[in-house]
Design a protein around this ligand. Sequence first.
Ligand code: 6CS
Length: 366
Amino acid sequence: MFFKKRGWKAFAFTGALSMVLAACGSDDTEMGTVDDGNGEAPASDEVTMEEYNWQFVTEEMPGQVQYEYAAKFADLLNEKSDGQINIDVYEFGGLGSEVDQVEMLQNGAVQFAIVSPGFTGGMVAEGQVFALQFLFPEDLEKTQEILNTSEAINTKLGELYEAQNIKPLAFFTEGAMQWTGSRELRTPEDFSGFKMRTQESPLIIESYKAYGAAPSALSWGELYTGLQQGLVDGQENPIFFIEDARFHEQQDHMTISNHNNYVAMATVNPDFYNGLPDDVRALVDETIEEMRPIVFDMQQEMNESLLDSIIEDTDHPTEVIELTEAERDAFRELALPVREYYRNEVVGDEGREILELLEEEIAAHE
Ligand code: 6CS
């Protein structure tokens, strides 16, 4: 595994929520001076920060991108604050499902969360823009640059999330997505009747219907068994996730399709964030900026090295094919009308503006 795994806080879900609520106490504290007890104003070099204890939930496990992002973010903030900011990082399942986690962020039970837009499709329909295949450049550096700078994403889409009590602080790629299947997936015809597992997003489902597949939504926590039992025939994910969640053990084929990239958001509860003293909020912002190149390198290293692990896993052989440009074109052609579906069936004027501006921003990078 590329990154050291952190000790897992083994909370049962029912007990975890009350522990989290009890642990949040210090977020109303402020940067202040230490009372040295003699009634005199402390010297200015005694100015210090009070203690903060925050919670950060992720949709992944130790060793996977989201968890390691949160762990590194926590370490950096702890260092910058001389140990005064302590963040507990929770792996997927520790505090409920992906949807439960989003709710906890919204109601302030946790302060930070990594959220995949795929799980908030019912709440912020416009966020499903990330499900549009062949939209972002295949070059992930360009994609990350767009995610860092796009007004469509960071301002316009960000405001729609904030209206739902979810404030995105950064959007980052977890890598190009690939298909795995119980059969080879090389042409759209190969998807005919294929039971494709997707996240809970109407647009992802629509995207696979466009290929002739029979998609259904499933939490990734049930996916390994779903593949094993034939409930679903295949799935899409970045390589690091396919390997680390061992999906390849249940799949004979993997297609390097690069049909999309997996975008996640580092988010914060807006009331909590806005209520922070300016200097503490500035530390959070600074750390978010520092994390951008760190998480990019992290996903790149994991996706590259774990491709080798899949290829070398002779106990669970997986045939890996890479689509040619002409083969990708056949899928691109079917994916383009899904943008019309997004414009006409999924979103209103704001969503149409977001997609239009994003398309312009992407064109300017290519
Ligand atoms: O496929 C999924 O649902 C999961 N995939 C990744 C890369 N992260 C978490 C997510 O829930």
